[in-house]
Design a binder for this molecule. Structure first.
Ligand SMILES: NC(=O)c1ccc[n+]([C@@H]2O[C@H](COP(=O)([O-])OP(=O)(O)OC[C@H]3O[C@@H](n4cnc5c(N)ncnc54)[C@H](OP(=O)(O)O)[C@@H]3O)[C@@H](O)[C@H]2O)c1
Length: 327
């Protein structure tokens, strides 16, 4: 486990699917963190989390109510903070199309606010969670996360900068709130389930895998990287089979903004990318530590593309196990 040396870590969106598992891991692994602060809007989610993790038992855990759209609240929250994991976001593709302003305010403006206050408070590291949907985005959600990625990478070249900003770009987190896997399971009582296309494929990680990747990345970030883990994928049709064979499945064809396959690393990015352990590490050409990663990793072919069509597929048996253990 990474050594934190009594640092203070803040998680924006710490009450979300990812945040809760991260908090659990940090608290149960007895890390040498001085404080873990959860920052989010809804007091009820925080209340429930306090019940799960009583502060009498976990004195390092702190809660702050606030909105990342509110720069002043973030400025207060990041005082004496060393590391920020930026997980707060709006993320449902469909609502993003309808409420695009809201997605911009949270995912783009909220990230910009975080960058400003992190610089002001001399936070050491900011790691932002992003999504494969940010690559060649077709949804407002993906586009807003692309903007967030770009803002963060560019923040590394600001003058007098003592903060490093990097990104961890992930595929679908299995069983997370609102994910396709948990959504389909919830709809099993329906007589018919309509899915868009059984041949559709998605990158997949378990929540625990994403946390292990986060902790690994925190040990090596220099600022200006996008870390893309090597991920398995599943076919939507296989996921349906793994969930329940008896439900009638109808195929509606892809929605306007939905991709049949996802791309987690584009061939344009491949030219600035190194393969390192179980990651591809894209280095921002303007702000990234190119020489550091040139020594550490090996370059990937310039025409390489990491897409969910070609990546290894999870078998139906594995999907069944994941459903049993993660949803
Ligand atoms: N889940 C996935 O499959 C997946 C895949 C790739 C990347 N990601 C990224 O991973 C991150 C976490 O995802 P998740 O699945 O944990 O999402 P989630 O379960 O929907 O949680 C989102 C969190 O953000 C908080 N939040 C939302 N708007 C906020 C605001 N304006 N100010 C402060 N907090 C706010 C929410 O709490 P309140 O509502 O109480 O504020 C909640 O704690 C996101 O950035 C997402 O884009 C997720």
């Amino acid at each position: 486990m990474i050594k934190f040396n009594q640092q203070h870590l803040l998680i924006t969106g710490g009450t979300g699917s990812y945040g809760q598992v991260l908090v659990k891991k940090l608290l149960s692994a007895n890390t040498d963190l001085k404080y873990v602060t959860v920052f989010s809007r809804d007091e009820y989610k925080q209340y429930e989390m306090r019940r799960k993790f009583p502060t009498t038992q976990y004195p390092a855990l702190q809660f702050m109510i606030g909105d990342i759209r509110d720069q002043e609240a973030l400025l207060q929250a990041t005082k004496k903070v060393d590391i920020v994991i930026h997980a707060a976001a709006l993320k449902q593709n469909i609502s993003g199309e309808q409420f695009s302003d809201e997605f911009i305010k949270t995912n783009v403006d909220g990230t910009r606010n975080l960058i400003k206050v992190a610089l002001q408070n001399e936070v050491k590291q900011v790691l932002c969670l992003s999504t494969d949907k940010a690559v060649y985005p077709t949804t407002l959600y993906g586009a807003s996360k692309l903007c967030a990625e770009k803002l963060l990478l560019a923040a590394n070249s600001k003058q007098k900068n003592t903060t490093v900003f990097s990104v961890l770009r992930l595929g679908n987190l299995f069983g997370s709130r609102g994910s396709i896997s948990s959504d389909l399971k919830n709809r099993l009582a329906d007589e018919t389930i309509t899915i868009t296309d059984p041949d559709m494929s998605r990158f997949s990680l378990t929540m625990e895998e994403s946390i292990a990747l986060t902790l690994k990345v925190l040990e090596v970030i220099k600022g200006g990287e996008i870390f893309i883990p090597k991920m398995d994928t599943y076919r939507l049709g296989d996921l349906m089979i793994a969930l329940n064979k008896d439900v009638e499945i109808k195929s509606s064809g892809p929605r306007l903004t939905e991709k049949t396959h996802e791309i987690a690393l584009s061939s344009e990015e491949a030219r600035f990318t190194f393969e390192w352990e179980n990651f591809y590490v894209f280095i921002s050409p303007t702000a990234g530590p190119y020489l550091y990663w040139q020594k550490k990793g090996s370059p990937v072919p310039h025409d390489f593309e990491m897409n969910s069509f070609q990546a290894p597929k999870l078998s139906i048996e594995v999907l069944k196990r994941l459903i049993d253990t993660h949803i």
